[in-house]
Ligand binder design. Structure first.
Ligand SMILES: NC(=O)c1ccc[n+]([C@@H]2O[C@H](COP(=O)([O-])OP(=O)(O)OC[C@H]3O[C@@H](n4cnc5c(N)ncnc54)[C@H](O)[C@@H]3O)[C@@H](O)[C@H]2O)c1
Length: 412
């Protein structure tokens, strides 16, 4: 596989790609020589390219992971698919439905797999929640709620991340995680969306808050919310969460002040997190001991599933299932693989899915059609906010019932 775009997102994925025995990392590409240099230093056996065309011309590359800025996802994915490469594309899959339609068509026309990747729905916590809800042990699924409080808005940002027309803003960047998760849990078929967004910081001309009420075809309700202004972090409610990448209260206050006074050098700050930067997790991950990682809200927030006769919530090492007989702990540590993965297992999960589909002849689930359906709901949140009305969806697809059928949750 090759990684295209060696920025902050790629830095979170490369450790898993390099460590998984079923994947060989053969190349990396970026326009920027600093990232190319960083990649070459981490992976001296891999080739380094400066364009998507060069990656596409490399016959050893069977599949690519596209981690370029959002506005390039469609163009780069289609170029790779035309060259016969399988693709995992970062979220959001694209920034318009027209782009997503062309990606679906390119995947079909070229007979390659495109996976809409790295959505937080792939965590073992969410997938196990889905299996428990589907099992009916605490009755049928009745409602889903997800709420995130993060400092997304005060992290360093490039100009394109501050422009909604180029896929910038928190709805484009974080909406896919929450919407993909609730679609996975609720079966995929959303009927409608009523959303609202908030732009509350003059120094950031993009939405940093969103909320939405989404309803499935069968009437099941779901709500999402993300407040990225960084006054409160959801992680502070969980005593075991120590996210070294997260800013402290003092950091956030200083960053907010610098942002408002125009003193921040955001391009320099952002570079620290990219491949080869001083805060790039690649080198640290390769040295990390293989030990289980606890649940963290990350940027998704805790997912709350209400069933007819109980509730399911994440806990440190798995899930707490609240039923008629009280709470029961479900430990999920046996589902974690030993390879380092700063994304909390998400990169491994989507790479496993791609490998299974391409090499193992297994079914792909997070397909181009699935990704397009998530994008449709993300765009509907913004349209609904602008027009102050409910938006009906037309491109939804189901998550097949056999997804994760072999997941062994209890007593393995
Ligand atoms: N899933 C996650 O946890 C996660 C985290 C961060 C970013 N992301 C996603 O990753 C993508 C990139 O975001 P980022 O924060 O890493 O941005 P970034 O700016 O740090 O990285 C983008 C990289 O792409 C390179 N690039 C731009 N145009 C290119 C081209 N034509 N050919 C080759 N390289 C090119 C840039 O030089 C840069 O190094 C976005 O889609 C974002 O949503 C995902």
């Amino acid at each position: 596989m090759a990684m295209i775009g060696l920025g902050q997102g790629a830095a979170g994925t490369l450790p898993a790609m390099a460590a998984m025995p079923e994947i060989e990392l053969v190349a990396g590409a970026d326009l920027n020589p600093a990232m190319r240099q960083g990649f070459a230093a981490h992976f001296p056996d891999a080739r380094v390219y400066s364009s998507v065309a060069d990656v596409c011309a490399d016959p050893a590359v069977e599949a690519v992971w596209i981690a370029t800025p959002n506005r390039f996802h469609a163009e780069h994915a289609i170029e790779a698919m035309r060259a016969g490469k399988h693709v995992i594309v970062e979220k959001p899959m694209a920034i318009t439905m027209e782009e997503a339609d062309r990606m679906v068509a390119a995947s079909r026309a070229n007979g390659v797999t495109l996976l809409a990747g790295h959505t937080r729905s792939l965590s073992i916590w969410n997938r196990a929640m889905r299996r428990i809800a589907l099992s009916g042990q605490i009755g049928g699924l009745r409602a889903i709620h997800i709420a995130a409080h993060t400092d997304w808005m005060i992290r360093p940002r490039t100009p394109d991340e501050l422009d909604p027309n180029q896929g910038g803003g928190i709805v484009f960047r974080q909406g896919p995680h929450q919407i993909d998760t609730l679609r996975l849990l609720g079966g995929g078929m959303l009927r409608s969306v009523r959303g609202m967004t908030g732009k509350w910081l003059d120094a950031r001309p993009i939405p940093g808050y969103f909320t939405a009420y989404l309803e499935f075809e069968d009437g099941t309700p779901a709500t999402i919310m993300h407040n990225g202004y960084g006054y409160f972090a959801m992680s502070s409610l969980y005593p075991w969460v120590r996210d070294k990448r997260e800013y402290t209260h003092a950091d956030r206050a200083a960053l907010r002040r610098d942002l408002e006074s125009g003193r921040r050098d955001e391009s320099k700050e952002k570079e620290e997190f990219r491949v080869g930067g001083t805060r790039d997790p690649v080198a640290a991950a390769s040295r990390a001991a293989a030990e289980p990682y606890p649940w963290k809200p990350f940027d998704l927030g805790p997912v709350e599933v209400a069933c007819e006769r109980g509730m399911i919530l994440p806990s440190q090492w798995g899930l707490t299932v609240y039923g008629d007989d009280g709470p029961r702990e479900v430990d999920l540590r046996h589902l974690q693989r030993p390879e380092p993965d700063p994304s909390g297992g998400l990169s491994i999960a989507i790479l496993e899915e791609l490998h299974g589909a391409v090499v193992g002849g297994k079914r792909a689930y997070h397909t181009a059609e699935w990704g397009r359906a998530t994008l449709e709901a993300v765009l509907a949140v913004m349209q609904s906010a602008a027009e102050r009305r409910e938006i009906t969806l037309k491109h939804q697809v189901e998550m097949p019932a056999d997804y994760d059928l072999d997941m062994c949750i209890d007593a393995c």
